[in-house]
Write a protein that binds this ligand. Sequence first.
Ligand code: AVI
Length: 324
Amino acid sequence: MRDDLQTRFIQLYREDADELNTRLHIELSNSLLSPQASLSPKYFYDTLGSRLFQAICALPEYYPTRTEAAIFTQYRQQMAESIGTGSTMIDLGAGDCAKAASLFGALRPEQYVPVDISVDFVRGAVESLQHTYPQIDMLGVGMDFSARLDLPDEVRREKRLFFYPGSSIGNFTLREAIALLRRMRLSCDDDGGLLIGVDLVKDKNILEPAYDDALGLTAAFNLNILNNINRLLGSDFELKDWQHKAFYHPDKQRIEMYLEARRDLAVRWQGKQRDFVRGERIHTENSYKYTPESFIGALNEAGFARTRMWTDEQGWFAVFHATP
Ligand code: AVI
């Protein structure tokens, strides 16, 4: 094994703390004061929220994680044949890098680029992976790829393969999803592509328990956003005053998550106040579900003309390899 392993890390566009704080306060105040109050799902993921999400992935009701993992296990070789070896694998929202690492044996990438909002989220995982896979050049990048996707020059241009598992694309509106897919398309040459996991439309009786489990983990995940907002904004949300709600909306083909006020109440922060009546809701997340056709349509619109799809026996989840 090489003993000169030097994994590199780059953090892009770190705003100064004051600027960030001001922007965050304006954004959060506006969304809480609008007639339909809302909070962006990006605020779920503080330290506890990330752990709760990991626990959700192990729930019997939350089928996406295990279904996607089974698709990767069953079709790894076919995926490798479709993708080819020697890619520059760019893992968007890499976290613990485990899903990408499970494909290293089959895909044998030349370079691995885990991207997450903060480079510190991937540092430990990449350093230990680098020891297991000394032949792969690894470069951790910290950036908010939902806003822009201009990768540093150290990322190879050859055979870029964007890797976006877990149906995270479902947390964007169709418009935002196409814009993000288009950014990926523009960032790769004609030899590049995308490997993406997408949750599919299915019966409400399967979908709703996945977002409202018997143990109450999704309820805790949803409520914990208020702890994070209290910390970020200095607001005085009382968690006991709110309850978790999740519904499947068949016309919009999406799960909608809310926090519902249990009584009439007021929330205060920095000289501002929002009154809520009993039963009023704060919208916290959408999770869109696609049909194979509707997702292929989105890929085509983003500039990916050729697609290949793998799915499970029940047709609950799909993995697409899309190329220009
Ligand atoms: C991260 N994302 C794909 C999850 C989903 O299924 O939309 C977030 C989640 N929300 C509640 N449970 C899981």
